[in-house]
Write a protein that binds this ligand. Structure first.
Ligand SMILES: [Mg+2]
Ligand SMILES: [Zn+2]
Length: 251
């Protein structure tokens, strides 16, 4: 093993525990740590490719394949309150049950990805950097509660926006599937579920061909009957939705 590989392994030992190892398999459990906040997902991939190399002659690793199941969560109204164009970290109010919901998904081995339309950028309310800061803040407060969000994607575009650069019809804007396609490419994941509080979230699930859960938090309760009937499940909140999913999902 080269010193470079060794370095990665030592660094990651803070975050990864091998919780079970038999002659045939190793189960690896990921725990969040303040020590490794950045590029977490990239690090996971590196770790596993390294782990593959280390163990492959003796063990096959379960719990990681190139098509790990991923759950796609909406942000505003689903994991944090929809206070209307959240434009600073001060406006971030987490939905309390979302911590447990994300923890449950972590424990069951799902990659957790947040996908969010942020048309406030195209409307000139805030810039992309602000969205990134808010997302980093959300990631941190969730990590502190033991809930790991692996990756955030957002679409700053909106055809009706006032900032010319962003006033375009974007293939990433939900219900278009661009952000999920990107996650599949970049993270090597397989989408299995979408949860959100808007029609666009439910249609996103339909467009990707995975179950879609409508939550009644955010503006979910104000969605019309058509959207509610289109959803595979109407949940009181994200925790209810995740529990429903875990009961029905088959790997
Ligand atoms: Mg929403
Ligand atoms: Zn976009």
């Amino acid at each position: 093993m080269s010193s470079f590989q060794k370095g990665i392994y030592v660094e990651l030992s803070h975050n990864f525990q091998i919780i079970e190892m038999s002659a045939k398999s190793a189960t690896i459990f990921y725990t969040p740590s303040e020590l490794c906040k950045t590029n977490r997902l990239i690090t996971i991939v590196k770790f596993f490719s390294l782990a593959h190399r280390i163990f492959s002659s003796h063990y096959s690793i379960v719990g990681y394949r190139n098509d790990r199941p991923a759950v796609f969560l909406d942000r505003d109204g689903t994991i944090i309150e929809d206070t209307g164009f959240v434009s600073s970290v001060e406006q971030v109010v987490p939905i309390e049950v979302a911590f447990e919901a994300v923890r449950l998904l972590n424990q069951h081995g799902f990659v957790v990805v947040v996908v969010s339309n942020q048309s406030g950028v195209a409307r000139g309310y805030f810039d992309e950097k602000t969205v990134e800061e808010i997302n980093e803040y959300i990631e941190k407060i969730f990590a502190r509660r033991g809930a790991v969000i692996d990756k955030f994607y957002f679409c700053p575009h909106y055809a009706g926006g006032s900032v010319e650069k962003y006033a375009v019809d974007c293939p990433c804007r939900k219900p278009n599937t661009g952000m999920i396609e990107r996650a599949k490419r970049e993270l090597g994941v397989r989408p299995v579920l979408v949860i959100g509080d808007r029609e666009s979230d439910i249609l996103l699930g339909k467009n990707v061909g995975v179950p879609a859960v409508l939550v009644l938090t955010g503006i979910g309760a104000r969605q019309d009957e058509k959207t509610k009937s289109l959803a595979d499940y109407v949940a009181s909140d994200i925790l209810d939705g995740v529990k429903w999913f875990l009961k029905h999902f088959e790997r």
